[in-house]
Design a protein around this ligand. Structure first.
Ligand code: APR
Ligand code: PHB
Length: 390
């Protein structure tokens, strides 16, 4: 097979880039290890920054998002029971975020790829990029007993944190920065009316809690748990009890509980790999960087990678201008690190750290008091939460 851009990974990053390039007449093939059913059964986060929502529209995939997604102009932060609304709209120059499940967004991207007869190959096994520093790179994969080779101009590594792309960059070239947090998030999805029309991020001495939603009939809640906990340790009843304990009393009192339809624990991690380009391989999204979910930045740091790559590829194919490709890694990393900083800050502000000393606790309280009382602090939060420009 031959294509211009071979994309490894059919998550939001890979599909979005494929869709955008296809609309400009650039040929792509997407190789996805899993089946479509599997990819679309993964429950992921649900907040889109306005820049990502714009990209969805540009990719001609925004119709259902605009119809079913909810525009949120603010959210609440609670500190030991005291709530303060963060006005995103007021403090970010009129911007907002869209609450729309990432699983739904991935479904929309797949539908768009199908409509345009885009080449998306599922169940591609043993995907391997080759000859990255030559002018003729290629990717191989296995389908049953057959090894298939795809010749291409460029390879995009959009295969998430556990993918093969980052691992194919030599260790002497790649530098990895990582921070692990000493806790995870236990998440529950339930067919209940959300306790609040806007998200509530709650700091509490017993640990962090988050009230989120997918729609007015589907709630998504999280609580901070020790890394040693397993899903089996948490019955639905134990989860609801603990969640309520960590929320302001009036919120807990109006919480509607019900059976969980999904329950999982995710560890919290910050991670960046540098550089994001090696020869003709370009990393994008979770393949190159991970954030803890606290600032809702996961998909949004991927958005800027895709935007930069898209424009760099256009400049290359339409005008023979390679400056975008050459500058990609530095430009993408500059924004990636800002999303890292914000996610680390939100995580540090709102969680209970098992090893924190009294001094740390005082600083955390001071940081929260400053946020609650300073318009400058609220502006900074709003600017980052709706998404820094790209
Ligand atoms: N070969 C082919 N595909 C692979 C391989 C491989 N070796 N390894 C992983 N994949 C696929 C995964 O099955 C997955 O569908 O690559 C895809 C990567 O998708 P994501 O992990 O969703 O990463 P990305 O598309 O960058 O999305 C950004 O934003 O909110 C965050 O983590 C969240 O997934 C989200 C991310
Ligand atoms: C979610 O709805 O899953 C969600 C929302 C906001 C976050 C993290 C997760 O910060």
């Amino acid at each position: 097979m031959k294509t211009q851009v071979c994309i490894i990974g059919g998550g939001p990053s890979g599909l979005m880039l494929s869709q955008l390039l296809h609309l400009k007449g650039i040929d792509t093939v997407v190789l996805e290890r899993q089946s479509r059913e599997y990819v679309l059964s993964r429950i992921r986060a649900g907040v889109l920054e306005h820049g990502f929502a714009k990209l969805m529209r540009e990719a001609e995939c925004g119709e259902r998002m605009d119809r079913e997604g909810e525009i949120h102009e603010g959210f609440f932060v609670a500190n030991n029971g005291v709530m303060k609304r963060m006005d995103l709209h007021k403090y970010s120059g009129g911007n907002s975020v869209v609450v729309y499940g990432q699983t739904e967004l991935t479904r929309d991207l797949y539908d768009a790829r199908d409509r345009m007869q885009g080449k998306v190959i599922h169940n591609a096994e043993d995907v391997q990029p080759h000859e990255l520093t030559s002018k003729t790179p290629y990717v191989t994969y296995r389908s049953g007993d057959e090894i298939i080779r795809i010749n291409c101009d460029y390879i995009i590594g959009a295969d998430g944190f556990h993918g093969v792309s980052r691992k194919s960059i030599p260790k002497t070239v790649l530098r990895e920065y990582e921070k692990l947090y000493p806790f995870g998030w236990l998440g529950v999805l339930s067919r209940t009316k959300p306790v609040s029309p806007e998200l509530i991020y709650s700091r509490h001495d017993r640990g962090f809690a988050l009230c989120s939603l997918r729609s007015q009939v589907l709630s998504r809640y999280y609580i901070q748990v020790p890394l040693t906990d397993t899903v089996e340790d948490w019955s639905d009843e134990a989860f609801w009890d603990e969640l309520k304990r960590r929320l302001p009393e009036d919120v807990a009192a109006r919480m509607v509980t019900g059976p969980s339809i999904e329950k999982s624990i995710a560890p919290l991690r910050s991670f960046v790999a540098e550089p994001m380009r090696y020869g003709n391989l370009f990393l994008a999204g979770d393949a190159a960087h991970i954030v803890p979910p606290t600032g809702a930045r996961g998909l949004n740091s991927a958005a800027s990678d895709i935007y930069y790559l898209y424009h760099a590829m256009l400049a290359h194919y339409q005008n023979g201008d390679d400056s975008g490709l050459d500058g990609y890694s530095a430009k993408a990393l500059a924004r990636v690190w800002k999303a890292q900083r914000f996610s680390w800050w939100m995580t540090t502000l709102l969680h209970t750290f098992p090893d924190s000393i009294e001094y740390d606790k005082k600083l955390q309280q001071t940081d929260l008091e400053y946020l609650f009382s300073s318009e400058a602090a609220q502006s900074s939060l709003a600017e980052n939460y709706v998404g820094l420009p790209f």
